[in-house]
Design a protein around this ligand. Structure first.
Ligand SMILES: [Zn+2]
Length: 99
């Protein structure tokens, strides 16, 4: 915990490195993030839902909290919480750009 203490004198510590990526990843559970966009159902240790990246009627989009990864068995989309947000944002930008 010591390394995460914010420097009281300087206001904020300047720890802009790969650590910050890891920190964001740790503080943003992939299930919390994905479930804001996709309705997830728990099955064992994995969550399943309808893939936001392709059209489907049966859920083949899986989220594994233990690995903090997602994977779609239908279209092959997969990655971590960052990939999910970035890909979804690109997709939404594309949709709104054409509507
Ligand atoms: Zn898919």
């Amino acid at each position: 915990m010591g390394s995460l203490l914010i420097d009281q004198e300087g206001g904020r510590s300047m720890r802009y490195s790969d650590d910050i990526i890891e920190e964001v990843r740790m503080k943003n559970d992939i299930v919390d993030v994905v479930s804001q966009y996709v309705k997830l159902n728990k099955r064992g240790s994995t969550y399943f839902g309808l893939c936001p990246f392709h059209n489907e009627k049966t859920p083949s989009f899986s989220v594994t909290p233990a690995k903090q990864m997602y994977y779609c068995f239908g279209c092959g989309a997969g990655g971590n919480v960052f990939n999910f947000v970035i890909t979804l944002k690109m997709l939404l930008d594309l949709i709104f750009a054409h509507s």
